[in-house]
Design a protein around this ligand. Structure first.
Ligand code: NAP
Length: 316
């Protein structure tokens, strides 16, 4: 596993980070036993950065991750979680909610500090509240040692870039914007990194879009995006390959061109954790990449409307 500095946080992040939204059963029902196996295999193989949120599975992802990490030495891994989003269409960046959310996350995660606390999907919430309540509260909690670094997450890159620079946050996590289907995060990540901000690329599989199983029914991509992603998956299958492999190899092999510190991949399956790690060390098939890019060409860079419900799903 390769490690890269996450901006000025002092954390060296593995090139693959563990996206724990899947542990909240947002793609399919996940048992605690499956969660334990996926987390243990990740940690044993050098994936020591776990990203989660109260919103994922309406707190079940944090609970499952906390249980899976319970027996592990807290000094051997980093936890990133979030505040501010509490439902498909529910945001609260008030000072009170921020403190309460962190207290509850600490309990669920079985820890007394959070390595990276992130304001979740900032484009939706009340910006004044974010700037005048949530962020100042997080800065106080940082002084108290409860949180160690402060970040923001979301889909709209212009919002992420301007807020990150104005508010001098430590990290930015963008999702679905550096994949086979969308490359827009690249130049933004480069500028953020030059400003000392650590960049995390979440959802290199486009939240399931670039998998053989295909996008989940709640996926916000428009019809054309989903149709062409399915066509690309069929093409990969016909060549004896898997579009997930191509998508992960693409994201990992080009991330450093844009100073992306880590790629946050979601899987609740130990065998897929291992597949992803092995793909990180392999060369991409240039002919397959070219053919898949030709299929996706009409929708490369095509984003989707950000409506509440984008950026994950509360799950069960
Ligand atoms: N707004 C935000 O802050 C935001 C938004 C989105 C994501 N994120 C973060 O980024 C993480 C990753 O995003 P995500 O999980 O939504 O999307 P993703 O990583 O793009 O895709 C996840 C899907 O890919 C499948 N997958 C993973 N590895 C695979 C493999 N080797 N072969 C086949 N399928 C594979 C998973 O299925 P299996 O479980 O069956 O392997 C799951 O259905 C989240 O967990 C979260 O931490 C943050």
């Amino acid at each position: 596993m390769k490690y890269h500095p996450l901006g000025r946080t002092g954390i060296d992040v593995p090139e693959i980070a563990f996206g724990a939204a899947s542990l909240g059963s947002i793609y399919f029902d996940v048992s605690q036993d499956e969660a334990n196996k996926a987390v243990a295999v990740a940690l044993e193989n050098g994936i020591n950065y776990f990203d989660v949120a109260p919103y994922y599975g309406m707190t079940t992802a944090e609970t499952a991750l906390g249980a899976a990490l319970k027996a592990m030495d807290r000094n051997t891994f980093h936890i990133a979680t979030k505040i501010g989003r509490y439902g498909d269409a529910e945001w609260d960046f008030s000072a009170d909610a921020t403190r309460r959310s962190i207290e509850a996350s600490l309990k669920r995660l079985g820890t007394d500090y959070i390595d990276v606390i992130q304001c979740h999907d900032i484009e939706y919430g009340d910006r004044q509240q974010l700037v005048h309540e949530a962020l100042p509260t997080l800065r106080k909690l940082k002084e108290e040692g409860v949180v160690r670094n402060i970040g923001i997450t979301g889909y709209l890159l212009d919002v992420l870039e301007s807020v990150a620079k104005e508010q001098q946050v430590d990290t930015v996590m963008a999702y679905c914007t550096y994949t086979l289907q969308d490359r827009r995060l690249g130049p933004v990540a480069k500028r953020l990194s030059e400003a000392g901000i650590g960049v995390l690329n979440a959802s290199p599989l486009g939240m399931g879009l670039l998998t053989q199983r295909g996008a989940p029914d709640w996926h916000p991509g428009n019809e054309k995006v989903i149709e062409l992603a399915n066509a690309a998956a069929r093409l990969c299958k016909a060549r004896g390959s898997d579009i997930s492999e191509l998508a992960i190899k693409f994201a990992l092999s080009t991330a450093r061109e844009f100073d992306i510190a880590t790629t946050v991949i979601g899987t609740a399956r130990a065998e897929n954790v291992m597949r992803n790690i092995s793909w990180a060390g392999e060369v991409i098939d240039p002919d397959l990449l070219e053919d898949v890019e030709a299929v996706l060409e009409p929708v490369i860079g095509a984003g989707w409307d950000v409506l509440p419900g984008s950026g994950g799903k509360a799950g069960k």
